[in-house]
Design a protein around this ligand. Structure first.
Ligand code: SF4
Ligand code: MG
Length: 316
């Protein structure tokens, strides 16, 4: 059967002050209903741009995005609204996406009203149910955003997304701003809700450890390009691209064996500016394995195994 979401060769270039910024380049993936694709990369790697393009909150320059059998890139703007209900987003800073003058109840009810779901009375009932489901006390519905903690607000954001019965939620760094103990709770909540409602997630994070718990598949982005993509267990057991290994080492996930120690790499330097990406392999200035060829020849994405790809000259 067709996947819920198919993204093919999607690219986006921004023009800023006469310069080209290639934010996302030729990214492809598929996502099945009820599954999670983790997208990992440092800031400026194009993760959020990619997430927004999937929802068509931002237009892609080229490529195809097919959601539930509909090619979004071909869809007229006025046809988007019905689909918007099926595709929701939760942000790192839920405060920014909540109207400060609206109570929690009104904010969630309003989202449902825009999509003409139920009556005012039934929507209010649903708000109460949803808040309970995401672990918030009854009284929170009467609160304003400034009266709530970051963790509570994120739960409100989740409840609001759920109120529209979506099939896909783009989670853009949803726990990055929260305390670690709260992060774990929110991630567990997202996982429980996924099972209960058969939700598909695109889970965006700079932190591989956060992504590991939820993801079925992981794509690692570096300067707008997927440098490695694999089923999550394979990526964590057999990271192949030197950048992925750097990310994994930084969370101490690689078992300490002589073989792994030999392949340990340390991160060097800052992320290069996407306005002026390095030649050849964009990772070469930071890569412990870089050869002269890496400075001039851009590595193609190659198969490491059937569902595992990496873009590095070391992959034969
Ligand atoms: Fe490192 Fe070369 Fe592989 Fe790029 S292609 S990741 S520089 S070894
Ligand atoms: Mg971002």
């Amino acid at each position: 059967s067709d996947p819920l979401l198919r993204v093919e060769n999607v690219s986006k270039t921004f023009r800023t002050r006469g310069k080209k910024l290639r934010a996302v380049q030729n990214v492809s993936f598929t996502l099945e209903a009820g599954k999670t694709l983790g997208i990992v990369g440092e800031s400026g790697s194009g993760k959020s741009t990619l997430g927004r393009m999937v929802l068509r909150l931002l237009e892609s320059d080229k490529g195809k995005i097919v959601f539930d059998g509909v090619d979004l890139t071909e869809l007229k703007k006025n046809k988007l609204r019905a689909l918007r209900q099926d595709m929701q987003i939760i942000f790192q800073d839920p405060r920014a996406s909540l109207n400060p003058t609206m109570t929690v109840r009104d904010a969630i009810e309003d989202a449902m009203a825009i999509h003409e779901i139920g009556t005012k009375a039934s929507r209010r009932e649903r708000v109460v149910e949803l808040l309970e489901r995401v672990g918030l006390p009854y009284e929170v519905q009467f609160a304003y955003p400034h009266e709530l903690s970051g963790g509570q607000l994120q739960r409100v954001g989740i409840a609001r997304a759920l109120s529209l019965n979506p099939k896909l939620i783009v989670c853009d760094e949803p726990v990055s701003a929260l305390d670690v103990s709260i992060q774990v709770q929110v991630i567990q909540l997202l996982r429980d809700l996924q099972k209960e409602f058969n939700l598909a997630y695109i889970f965006i994070s700079h932190n591989l450890a956060v992504v590991e718990y939820l993801s079925d598949e992981v794509a690692v982005l570096y300067l707008g390009e997927v440098v490695e993509q694999a089923p999550a267990d394979e990526l964590f057991k057999k990271p192949t691209h030197p950048y992925t290994r750097v990310l994994l080492n930084s969370i101490l996930k690689i078992p300490d064996s002589p073989e792994n120690r030999q392949t340990m790499v340390s991160i060097q330097g800052e992320v290069p500016s996407p306005l002026n990406p390095p030649s050849g392999c964009a990772f070469h200035p930071r890569c412990s394995f870089a050869t002269d060829a890496c400075k001039t020849v851009k590595p193609e994405r190659k198969k490491v195994s059937e569902h595992h790809i990496a873009a590095c000259h070391l992959v034969q």
